[in-house]
Design a protein around this ligand. Structure first.
Ligand SMILES: Cc1ncc(COP(=O)(O)O)c(C=O)c1O
Length: 388
């Protein structure tokens, strides 16, 4: 709504308020203006559409009008229960539980999987190790052991070496509680761990009786870019967390999937840690709605991105490339004679396309997400050409 309003204000159509029902036709017929359909914004950052409040409320109302939303009470019943059932099916796990945040899902899963054992192996670059305020150490009495510094992931061989060298390196054995894998990895620009390596880690862990957790906040991005189905990833892990706000449109929230016994214990842990919230249906209803077709939209966004980048790579002074083992984050390199700041401002103000500010070396990351589906590829390519 907000974008549309902005579009009306800034276009000749502002003079024609009574002609609103004709808007799509009029907009389509406008000659060389390169005005995006419905004024929706392409955002080359983030993993999906993140709604502004007005749009969020409007979409919830549409969802409610089509099929009344039922509320939960402390996560029990209503849209929350429906969402949990859907995710249990998607991941092939016995049960799923809605949680207030991904941080809580990671921490409670790791704590429950490892029980009294204190060591938990993680990627050095992982959210669990770097971005969860040392919760594992300070609240859950875990000692996180970081592997593969600076790398997106550790290999099965590195994990095995780290575990098998422990008796030489430490006198008192405290037991290995769990291994946690983030995939794809936020701090490594969305690079992913190949499924072959996950399979090796998982079979090693099984052979040693070590539990495995997946921080799959963005597992849908991994799946769209690798072609590996969500259930195939999930099958290798005891617990799987998936974010509800990165590409499912909710304003917050997480889902944790696993065995019934483990998931049944979560309501108590959530309450103890202050994360049991009275009403959660606004997030659950949105995620439930946006879950329908999300895999298809992400696949289409990937293809649209590829089409756009082929076009951009034909422009003098522009290079776009995918990172090795990358997902939806690409690197845009501009030659020195292109003013990155001006390009960014022109795309924003004249073409309704947002990119980050290029750095000192004139490079910026472009994240592909479903907002790219709002404009035809030719439109995005022309917008870059005109802005340069
Ligand atoms: C990989 C990863 N794991 C976990 C989280 C935590 O999610 P939340 O913000 O819901 O606590 C994030 C959030 O950015 C993340 O990127």
């Amino acid at each position: 709504m907000i974008n549309r309003r902005h579009f009306f204000k800034s276009s000749a159509l502002a003079a024609l308020p009574m002609a609103l029902p004709l808007l799509p036709n009029l907009a389509g017929a406008m000659p060389a203006a390169n005005v995006p359909p419905m004024g929706k914004t392409v955002k080359f950052f983030g993993d999906g559409e993140m709604f502004e409040p007005g749009d969020y409320i409007q979409l919830l109302q549409e969802i409610h009008a089509a099929n009344p939303i039922t509320k939960d009470r402390y996560g029990s019943g209503g849209a929350v229960e429906a969402l949990e059932k859907k995710f249990a099916t998607i991941t092939g796990k016995q049960k799923a539980v809605y949680m207030a945040s991904g941080t809580m899902a990671n921490q409670l899963a790791i704590a429950a999987l490892s029980g009294e054992k204190s060591k938990v192996f993680v990627q050095d670059t992982s959210h669990v190790f770097r971005d969860e305020a040392d919760a594992a150490q300070s609240i859950f009495n875990k000692r996180l052991v970081p592997l593969a510094p600076g790398q997106a992931y550790f290999t099965a061989a590195q994990l095995q070496e780290a575990i098998e060298s422990l008796p030489e390196q430490e006198v008192f054995s405290t037991g290995i509680g769990a291994v946690s894998i983030e995939n794809p990895v936020r701090r490594s620009q969305g690079q992913m761990m190949p499924i072959g390596e996950i399979e090796k880690v998982s079979s090693y862990c099984k052979s040693k009786g070590i539990k495995l957790h997946l921080d799959g906040a963005r597992i849908y991005s991994a799946s769209a870019w690798s072609g590996v189905p969500i259930a195939k990833y999930a099958a290798h892990f005891d617990t799987v967390y998936i974010s509800l706000y990165k590409y499912l449109g909710a304003s917050a929230g997480a889902i944790l999937c696993g065995d019934k016994a483990l998931i049944d214990g979560m309501q108590h842990l959530m309450k103890v840690h202050g994360g049991s919230m009275y009403g959660n249906w606004t997030n659950a209803a949105m995620a439930l709605h946006r879950l329908d077709g999300v895999e298809q939209r992400m696949k289409e966004a990937k293809l649209r991105g590829e089409e756009v980048f082929v076009g951009l790579n034909k422009i003098d002074g522009i290079k776009v490339h995918l990172l090795k083992e990358g997902t939806n984050i690409y690197v845009l390199e501009l030659s020195k004679n292109i003013d990155g700041k001006k390009l960014q401002a022109s795309l924003n103000t004249k073409h309704n396309i947002r990119i980050g500010m290029p750095d000192k070396t004139n490079k910026v990351h472009l994240s592909v997400n479903e907002t790219l589906l709002y404009h035809p590829a030719s439109n995005v390519i022309n917008s870059f050409k005109q802005s340069i």
